[in-house]
Design a protein around this ligand. Structure first.
Ligand SMILES: [Zn+2]
Length: 230
């Protein structure tokens, strides 16, 4: 199979997994994989829900926003993906979604704590919050600003908008997006009990990150998610 077919298939799977996990916001949100020839990112065309993304609906977008291969209208927020890829050579996959609990947690100004396993994937450090705008990230300048707020981390909250997760490959970035939403939901449930919340300390969180969310485990979880697709 040609490599472009492989990468289109990967972006399709990631998009469908996100859609299946209710990370989709109607036709908004997208996942991308780095082009192996350095031309830009492979990402779904706009106008579709995440769950609808088939390989032929994935196209290659340059950092200038040009569709270099494939068809269909381009998403306005491509600079989130292209500018993070430019700033972070270690990143092979980026997810941007309007995940409901993550949006609510960030809007509430509540700090994400590792009240369950999920948040130990991210915390420590504190998940950064992008607050320069709550509007769409549609210019390279804003994309660079999001990348700067992300720093060398694996996630950033776009306050009043959504989340961005990254990974060495798209499989990891996708799993991270599901984990961040799960962590935000568990935070809400914890607070809702109105008790005296406790959470994993930083040292143990780092140990748990390696025990639970090591690279092999994340990819095994990805395989499971692929098998669950309809
Ligand atoms: Zn968005």
């Amino acid at each position: 199979m040609p490599i472009t077919e492989d990468i289109r298939g990967l972006v399709s799977l990631a998009s469908r997994i996100l859609g299946q996990a209710d990370q989709g916001d109607f036709i908004w949100g997208h996942a991308s994989a780095r082009d192996s020839d350095g031309r830009g990112v492979w990402i779904k065309q706009s106008g579709l829900g995440l769950a609808e993304v088939t390989p032929d609906r994935v196209h290659l977008v340059s950092p200038e926003g040009e569709v270099l291969a494939g068809e269909g209208p381009r998403h306005l927020e491509f600079p989130i993906h292209t500018e993070i890829m430019l700033a972070r050579p270690d990143v092979g996959g980026v997810v941007h979604a309007h995940s409901p609990h993550a949006v609510a947690l960030a809007a509430a100004g509540v700090e994400l704590r590792p009240v369950s396993h999920a948040a130990t994937y991210f915390v420590p450090p504190s998940v950064p919050r992008f607050t320069e705008t709550t509007d769409l990230i549609i210019t390279p300048e804003l994309g660079r600003s999001v990348a700067k707020t992300l720093g060398d981390g694996s996630a950033v909250f776009l306050v009043n908008h959504g989340l961005v997760t990254v990974g060495p490959d798209l499989q990891t970035a996708t799993f991270a997006a599901l984990l961040l939403e799960t962590a935000a939901e568990q935070m809400l449930r914890t607070i809702a009990y109105r008790g005296e919340p406790v959470w994993t300390n930083d040292d143990e969180a780092l140990i748990k990150r390696e025990h639970i969310y090591n690279d092999a485990a994340v990819h095994t979880a990805w395989d499971y998610l692929v098998r669950q697709l309809p």
